[in-house]
Design a protein around this ligand. Sequence first.
Ligand code: FAD
Length: 497
Amino acid sequence: MNRKVKRVVVVGGGTAGWLSAAVIKKVIGNAVEVELVESDAIGTVGVGEATIPPIRLINNVLGLDEAEFLRETNATIKLAIKFENWRVKDEGYFHTFGAPGQSYAFCHFHHFLKRAQMELGETSNIWDYDLNYLAAKDNKFAKINSKDPIVDLPYAYHFDAGLYAQYLRKLSEKMGVVRTEGKITDVTQHPDSGFIDLLHLEDGREIQGDLFIDCSGFRGLLIQQKLNTGYEDWSHWLPCDRAIAIPSERLEHTLPYTRSIAHTAGWQWRIPLQHRNGNGHVYCSNYMSDDEALQILSGNLDTKPLADPNFIKFKTGRRRKQWNKNVIAVGLSSGFLEPLESTSIHLIQTAVVRLLHTFPHDGIKPELVAEYNKQSQIEFEQVRDFIILHYIANERDDSQFWRDMRTMPIPDSLRHKIELFKEDGRLFRENNDLFLEPSWLQVMMGQGIQPSDYHPMANNMSPEKLQMMLQTLKKIKEEPLQQLPSHDQFLKQFCGR
Ligand code: FAD
């Protein structure tokens, strides 16, 4: 247990494996050797194309040139997700990476707007004050270098995750990560501690390590198959358990947002890349057969399919301990929340950063492991609650799935949040929640949860000043729009595509 960690072995070469290897090598590569084992025969899950803005941080730490990254991964810009048919059919709303308006004297913008709506007959909504929304709906984008934080356009990417993993592999190998190709067929544990000592490959080779990062995907080769860590099953809250993915030809105009389109027992993603569209249908097998799900997806592709359907099974939930003995599960082996808010690659990123902060240079101490596991649990639960919100707050009456989703029991943590918001729009960020107040606000309102009142702090302004504030903010948010090129023009200018 107290053995110094000198050799880190990453098991798996999907997005989780290569991102972990690259970041560990980049940040503490002078102190540890990193080896990655992957099996070409097993391959990767082959989906996962939408991200959220913190990916830009990790790309910066890795020193990636943004234009090169966009070219290498066929990436496009993502400003938001558009949720269609989620509250009711034929209606949609955006969850953007921006923020509506601006807080004033500790009071969030939406309280002022609510007061104006209630007292002054104001008809605008929160999205009218959000540059991300305005740019997304007009299909525009540019990198904005404004000194004024309210004139900002936070963004993430859609990319080909397979190409991203290859790109990270090139970078990792250049930095000195050793790649070993081969199938792990056996694992030796220390007889006393149960720590993993050796990986045995099919052809007889052996790989020794002090710390193992299990990025072996859903199978959880070390964390589950060897250490039997257990899984907290969340399918009573997030019952979708299947996905079908089909790439199709690219659309003529590249949208700067993901589309999430609800169907009768799940939802469909549509992700625009430079060279193709990513499409997938996430559904619940208790309510829909694979054939029906495939039919719905095939009938809703805007463009010609480019490959056969890829069928994927999953169970939502999390590994009971994401760090167990000398194994840390990262990526799909650590748990899975359906891809509704594009959080999986982000959870890989936070897992690796958390590992760096708790890195056991001088040996694996129980306190470090406990801290890592506590933080991981909080993070997964927060994301889980945010995703459940999309399902629970629906008003669809056209299928049993949506009726059951509306009435299912939900975690107390989420119920508490909804109750606070319903009353007078109060939102609180706890424990570094990945989703800030503007995210909760947009999804609550988009799903039809309206506060019945506003916070009295919003009364601290005359009606005239309130009206002036709204007009000014709207103008400030709209002004940059004229200068923005289309998303396609941006891609062409910035990375030659
Ligand atoms: P995998 O890609 O499955 O890689 C596993 C690796 O382990 C492979 O290299 C394999 O060869 C290796 N391996 C396994 N067993 C052995 C063995 N015995 N010997 C040697 N090597 C072995 N994420 C997002 O952020 N955004 C999204 O939009 C998104 N959409 C998704 C949609 C769906 C339907 C699903 C299922 C996931 C989605 N994800 C998304 C998640 C994303 O795909 C994954 O988080 C990401 O690809 C990481 O996968 P991974 O590296 O953990 O596993």
